[in-house]
Structures are given as C-alpha cells and as structure tokens.
Design a protein around this ligand. Structure first.
Ligand SMILES: NC(=O)c1ccc[n+]([C@@H]2O[C@H](COP(=O)([O-])OP(=O)(O)OC[C@H]3O[C@@H](n4cnc5c(N)ncnc54)[C@H](OP(=O)(O)O)[C@@H]3O)[C@@H](O)[C@H]2O)c1
Length: 336
C-alpha cells in the first residue's frame, strides 16, 4: 500500500517536476474523440473562446504545479495557444518541459463535422516543414519533438532519411527526440525504436504510449524503455473518457461497477482511480491529463492522493481487453 511518487527528474532537466502533465489534444481544436467533447466548451468554439479556455486550464495546471505540456502540429491551434500562454505568462523556459509532435497535418479547418480531421505523412519533407512550423510557434521552449503515432504501416522507423533528419535536428537544434505510439503493435514498435542508433547512441530519448486499465499490453516494453533511460510518457490513461463517470454506455456497465467499487473503497473518483493506476507504475515518468476544464483537471490531480494497493491492481487487471479489440473500438470513436 503506498501513495505514488509525486515527482520525477527527467534526464537533462534542471529540477524535478510532478508526474502529471497536461496534453492539449482536446483543447486546441473544436472537434475531438473524447466521449464528452461536445459538452465541455461553455463559451463556444470560436478560436478566441478556445484560446481563452486553453489558457484558463493552463493557468489551473500551473497553479497545481504541472510543468509538463504536450502538443502536436495536428492539434488545431494547440501549439499557438501554448506558445501565447508561455509568453503572456512570462514562463521561464527552464521551469517547464514542452513537447510537441510532427507527422499529422490538421485539415479540419476548425469544423467539428469535417470529413477528415488529420492527414498522416511521415516523410522527410513533412518533418522539415512541421519542425519549422513548431519552432516558429514554440521557439526554444520546445524540449521534446516526437514522431506522431509511429506505426509499422507508416514505415517511419525504417526510413533512413527521416531518421538521419531527426539526428540532425538533435545535434544542430539541441532538441530531444521521442515518438508516440498507437495501435496493438505499440510494444513491438517501441523495441524497434529502442534499437535505433545515430552518432554512437540511441536516437530516441522518450516514448509516449497508451497504457490504461483497458489496454496495458505495452507495460513490459515501457519498463524496458524506462530502464535504459528513456523518458516514458503515458497518454490516454482514461481511455479517451471511457474510464470516467461520464461513460454511460450500457455495454460498459459491468466494468464501470467494478471500477466504482474499487474507487469507493479507495475514496476516489473513476478518473482518479485510472490515473492512480498509471502513477503506481514505477516506469511511468509522466502521465498526461487530457482535461478540458479546471474541474476535470483538479479531479485528475487527486490521483496523487490515492493509496494504491495489490487488491486494486488484481481486481482491475481483469478489465484488460484484447489489444486488437481495444484499438478497433478506439478507431471507431466519433469526432464531435
Ligand atoms: N498519438 C498520440 O500521440 C496521442 C494520442 C492521444 C492523446 N495524446 C496525448 O495525450 C493527452 C491525453 O489524451 P486524451 O485526452 O486523448 O485521453 P484521456 O486522458 O484518456 O481522456 C481525457 C478525457 O477524459 C475526459 N475526462 C477527464 N477528466 C474527467 C472527469 N473528471 N470527468 C469526466 N470526464 C473526464 C475528458 O473528455 P471530455 O472533455 O470529452 O469530457 C478528457 O478530454 C492528449 O491531450 C495528447 O496530448 C497523444
């Protein structure tokens, strides 16, 4: 029985930071796949309203002590909102870790019901173009630049020109490199990535992967990555909102009742419980909150107060789905 470690010191960082970061996937654009996304923007979804809401949640994160922020080229205006927040609040670059990603282009033109929201392209031309764009918005605040959703199908980990381009960015711009993973092959991809070397050392400094109570299959590979010194960042800890009180799907009722029993026993909420499950993993350096409101963020943050135990781990291990099933469900989530 123990409370989770609250802080971690990332390699190369000036000081320890809390093990919870804020991801901007749902804040940077009007449409997203999380279950309640249609209800969370009381002031509307104009660019100005969403920038105001993003800044409010970033302010709340700062007050809690959150110092790790995650964006991507494809999260609408997330990099722009994060950049304007960093500059208007005069945030010291050494006080925060800023991560972004390249590899998808946002094409929804601020429409929630667009036919297509993002286009994937893992080419050297895309890397060069998106690095320029990310750097223009985030400047030298950008600490970690990640391949967005590396997969075997995209071929990016076998593309020598892209890997050489990344190595050049690292040596010439001093940015750390990472990759995010999606799909049932996360573990296999990570092990390939761990073996890629340039200039006498491992190319990738960090990995961002989906690990949650429904899809924990990448856990052993993440432990290996952590053990060799890669920074491990966990995304989708709430399974896109499925592991929250907001999930009213009748098909999830049995699992929700099991979660609720454990949450009640540990004195927390469903989201607090799911995030505590991540914080209980010694290899998890940072878990991302995907909160879109202050209230969600405060609720997520309370995961640090959960005293996790073996009984919770054993009871909740039974919620794991087969990875192909989990990812098929995830792929079918509608944008709204
Ligand atoms: N491939 C990639 O690289 C990739 C993919 C996905 C995510 N990410 C990163 O990971 C971050 C987190 O992922 P995520 O937001 O997709 O997943 P998540 O953490 O699994 O889900 C977050 C969502 O859960 C809901 N939620 C949170 N707290 C809640 C509460 N107390 N009560 C009810 N609902 C609550 C909110 O949905 P509603 O707002 O809809 O209510 C929120 O947007 C992203 O922002 C992004 O930075 C990266």
């Amino acid at each position: 029985m123990s409370r989770p470690a609250r802080t971690t010191t990332l390699r190369g960082a000036a000081q320890p930071l809390p093990r919870m970061g804020l991801g901007l996937a749902a804040l940077g654009r009007p449409g997203y796949i999380t279950l309640g996304h249609r209800d969370e923007f009381a002031a509307g979804r104009s660019v100005a309203a969403m920038e105001t809401q993003s800044h409010a949640v970033l302010d709340a994160a700062w007050r809690l002590g959150i110092r790790y922020f995650d964006a991507a080229r494809s999260y609408g205006k997330a990099e722009q909102f994060l950049g304007s927040w960093l500059s208007t609040r005069e945030i010291d670059p050494d006080a925060v870790v800023v991560a972004s990603k390249w590899g998808y282009r946002y094409v929804a033109q601020w429409q929630v019901d667009a036919d297509q929201h993002e286009v994937k392209e893992h080419s050297l031309a895309m890397l060069r173009q998106q690095w320029q764009e990310s750097h223009a918005l985030l400047g030298d605040q950008l600490d970690l630049y990640q391949i967005h959703s590396a997969t075997f199908e995209s071929g990016v980990l076998a593309n020598g020109a892209v890997l050489d381009g990344l190595a050049r960015l690292k040596s010439e711009q001093g940015v750390r490199l990472g990759l995010s993973l999606s799909g049932p092959d996360q573990a296999a991809l990570l092990r390939v990535a761990m073996g890629i070397e340039r200039e006498g050392g491992r190319l990738f400094d960090g990995v961002q992967a989906t690990w949650n109570l429904l899809e924990p299959s990448v856990g052993a590979a993440l432990a290996e990555a952590h053990a060799v010194g890669m920074t491990v960042i966990v995304k989708e800890a709430l399974a896109n909102g499925r592991l929250t009180a907001g999930n009213d799907s009748p098909r999830f009722a049995t699992q929700k009742a099991r979660l609720q029993r454990v949450a009640d026993r540990l004195g927390t909420t469903l989201d607090g419980l799911a995030l505590a499950a991540v914080l209980a993993q010694p290899w998890a350096d940072v878990v991302l909150s995907g909160a879109t409101t202050d209230a969600q963020l405060v609720s997520n943050w309370a995961a640090f107060d959960v005293v996790w135990d073996d009984d919770a781990a054993a009871t909740l291990a039974e919620l794991a789905e087969s990875p192909p099933h989990y990812w098929a469900y995830r792929s079918a989530l509608p944008w709204h």
